[in-house]
Design a protein around this ligand. Structure first.
Ligand code: PLP
Length: 372
């Protein structure tokens, strides 16, 4: 086997995908990772117009200047992060931004700190860059926050990058200002780069979102439109940060994807510039579902943190694979926490990106699984 083949073999295929291959028709799917809402009407209109007006050609590698200007403005006014449009690359979803950052910033043998449990792409993208993932174990006692103490204790001479994700997939945890600032200060002191995945920024119920880029120039902001505007299939996101780093990232981007889809860029601009009440309505509905799921699970005796953001609950169940199988037998698909890293082994992830009524029914079905 070649070295490349063995590296690929070491990357696990998504367990979430596997779950749905085995789920039968009547199963209630609590594994969904995308909002079950429509793309806002004004964004749909902008898309149609873009097609009619022939906006179907390449844009500049970095993306439409007008969109980058709007993102620069958004970062300045909402996040207190100052990045010029020239230091923003429009990407094919946040996914491409994560891939691009790991490819450009990591060499063979370098170490990247990743949250554990954390979004599956981090470990895979670090491995594709021939680098080494160093899991930062997150605990329920700390509300699944990435604490500066944990981060500090895992830094070695080979550490180059820290990946952060708040609000988090899979735990729904929202890091507080002190932890964000603390990790940002470590990056500054140790000359490390933070890759901050902020894709769930707007799906937040309690607390406030802070970007580490507000505290250090060593942080790259990754964000996108998939979750906030229910535009997952339009594949549009961005990365913003220091000009010298963005220049390096561009080398990966321009030969890998050339540019993000032009009609999706038009849609993203319309999303940013248009009315935001659609986001509020979606978040209010997610909160209603979160409260239902949290109440039901805690009444069944499962311990979990009340997620401050995203649309995932992460209850502690003991043996996550056993629980997942029993839940599936009862007609509910969940994702074993072990899919998100070693520290997730006692947990399962349940998404509430499904209707209130289906969540009610799923909670009923889970009662016997929890011995109620
Ligand atoms: N980052 C996190 C934490 C996610 O949960 C996801 C999707 O589930 C992504 C990034 C990918 O986002 P996109 O659809 O914009 O590629």
């Amino acid at each position: 086997m070649t070295e490349f083949a063995s590296r690929i073999r070491d990357i696990r295929l998504s367990e979430i995908r596997k779950m749905f291959e085995v789920a039968v028709e009547d199963t209630i799917n609590l594994g969904i990772g995308e909002p079950d809402f429509n793309v806002p009407e004004h964004v749909r209109e902008a898309l149609k117009e873009a097609v009619d007006e022939g906006m179907t050609h390449y844009t500049s590698n970095m993306g439409m200047y007008e969109l980058r200007e709007a993102i620069s403005e958004k970062l300045r006014t909402e996040n207190r992060v100052h990045v010029e449009p020239e230091s923003i690359i429009i990407t094919v979803g946040a996914s491409e931004a994560i891939f691009m950052c790991t490819q450009a910033l990591l060499d063979r043998g370098d170490q990247a700190l990743i949250p554990d449990p954390g979004f599956l792409s981090y470990d895979a993208c670090v491995k594709l860059a021939e680098a080494i993932s160093v899991p930062v174990p997150l605990s329920m006692e700390d509300g699944f926050s990435m604490t500066p103490e944990r981060v500090e204790s895992l830094i070695t001479d080979d550490t180059r990058v820290i990946i952060m994700n708040s609000p988090s997939n899979p735990t729904g945890s929202v890091m507080g200002k002190d932890d964000i600032k603390g990790v940002a200060e470590i990056a500054e002191d140790r000359d490390l780069i933070i890759i901050s995945d902020e894709i769930y920024e707007k799906i937040i119920y309690d607390g406030k979102h802070y970007s580490p880029a507000c505290f250090t120039d060593n942080a790259l902001v990754i964000n996108g439109f998939s979750k906030t505007y229910a535009m997952t299939g339009l594949r549009i996101g961005y990365v913003a940060g220091r000009e010298d780093i963005i220049e390096e990232l561009l080398k990966v981007h321009q030969y890998n994807t050339a540019c993000a889809p032009s009609v999706s860029q038009v849609a993203a601009l319309a999303a940013l510039r248009g009315p935001q009440n659609c986001v509020k309505e979606m978040v209010d509905e997610f909160k209603r579902r979160r409260d239902l799921m949290f109440r039901s699970l805690t009444e069944m005796g499962l311990e979990c943190i009340l997620p401050g953001g995203a649309f995932y609950m992460f209850p502690q169940v003991g043996d996550s694979r056993g629980f997942t199988e029993r839940a599936l037998d009862a007609g509910v698909a969940v994702v074993p926490g072990s899919a998100f890293g070693e520290a997730g082994s006692d947990y399962v992830r349940m998404s509430y990106a499904t209707s209130y009524e289906l969540i009610q029914e799923a909670m009923e079905r889970l009662k016997p699984v929890c011995g109620v």
